[in-house]
Ligand binder design. Structure first.
Ligand SMILES: CSC[C@H]1O[C@H](OP(=O)(O)O)[C@H](O)[C@@H]1O
Length: 342
């Protein structure tokens, strides 16, 4: 099931807020609609956010087109700024927008009338490249797993969070494809339940054995000896290997370390931000408090209760056994070995 479908100047986004209860696409014909969709998590997942924003630039380039290059450049600055302001943590958003910005300025100089066509080609290549990256991540990661293995994962780092196949779930898919006996425990992942709603949905659709647990069960499941490895996705990886991922990932890494269970991060090169030294520099998005007070709009807490709702946390590189990438598996010392991602 594609989370993102582009057809000439219309971007259809699978409304992931409704899954698994309803399959519905939101059709965007304006960059402002794409920005809203990213902000409201219609589309979510670091690579998917970057891909959607890239197509948002294509729509914007058509909406604000001007035959006057200076005016067009000014108009497009607003498009880039609007899309960049949607969510702060996943570096893939800024990576994709920078690629589109470079293409815009280079094509502006060559042929004003070819700008939109050039941008559409770039957005398509970002989409198709992500699919290839995920397959490579899958192959490298699957080689790490024993023939019979139970993996715990958190949130959704699957086909719905990417152009397809997935990063953490891509490793699981590739391992199954290699004939390995893979079972999965999926954390529900409060507050928006990407694990319960999206990961189980994907894995059941693929016939992969998945057991849903609430987040607070992870430690006990590890203590019972049911977990052989933890594999999660990422939203931004710093130059020392510190990794931003869905809230709850840090706690999982501490539990895995305590139980001597390997903890893997799976991510493409577009998730690395080697301009920042460590995780302290990664902006952590804080989201609407009702995301914690409600589930599917049903109140589960007093409406006037105070809430703290960080959408991500930082897993220190010391807790990460290895980072599985499209260029190979990176082991500590990360500051040295992460250089293959430059
Ligand atoms: C393949 S990266 C997916 C990554 O993005 C998720 O966050 P969100 O659902 O808020 O976009 C989560 O951190 C996943 O690991």
């Amino acid at each position: 099931m594609n989370s993102i479908i582009w057809s000439k100047f219309k971007l259809s986004l699978l409304d992931q807020r409704l899954l698994p209860l309803e399959v519905k696409y939101i059709e965007c014909t304006s960059y402002l609609q794409v920005a809203e969709a990213i902000k409201n998590m219609v589309v979510r997942g670091a690579p998917a956010i970057g891909i959607a924003a890239a197509y948002g630039v294509v729509l914007g380039a058509r909406e604000v087109f001007s035959n006057n290059a200076t005016e067009y450049e000014k108009n497009m600055q607003k498009v880039f700024e609007t899309l960049a302001s949607t969510r702060p943590t996943a570096v893939n958003l800024f990576w994709a927008l920078n690629r589109m910005k470079d293409k815009f300025y280079s094509s502006l100089k060559s042929d004003l009338n070819k700008v939109i066509e050039t941008l559409e080609k770039e957005a398509n290549s970002i989409y198709l490249e992500d699919l290839e990256l995920n397959k490579k991540i899958g192959e490298y990661g699957a080689s790490l797993l024993p023939n019979k293995c139970t993996v715990l994962t958190h949130c959704n780092a699957g086909a719905l969070a990417t152009a397809g196949w997935g990063t953490a779930l891509g490793v699981i898919r590739s391992a199954k494809q290699m004939g390995k006996d893979i079972k999965v425990f999926a954390d529900e992942t409060r507050p928006l339940l990407q694990g319960a709603r999206l990961t189980t949905f994907e894995l059941l659709n693929d016939g992969i054995d998945v057991t849903l647990i609430s987040d607070n069960m992870a430690g006990y499941v590890m203590k019972l000896g049911l977990i052989d490895a933890v594999i999660v996705g990422a939203d931004r990886i710093a130059a020392n290997g510190d990794t931003a991922n869905k809230i709850g990932t840090y706690a999982l890494s501490v539990l895995a370390k305590a139980h001597k269970i390997p903890f893997y991060v799976a991510a493409p090169y577009s998730t690395f931000d080697l301009n920042i030294k460590n995780g302290d520099e990664i902006p952590i998005e804080e989201r609407n408090h009702d995301e914690v007070r409600k589930i599917f709009d049903v109140k589960i807490a007093p409406e006037n209760v105070k809430v703290f709702n960080p959408s991500f946390d930082i897993t220190p590189h010391e807790n990460i056994t290895a980072i599985i990438t499209d260029r190979g598996i990176i082991y500590p010392p990360y500051e040295e070995n992460i250089k293959i991602m430059r």
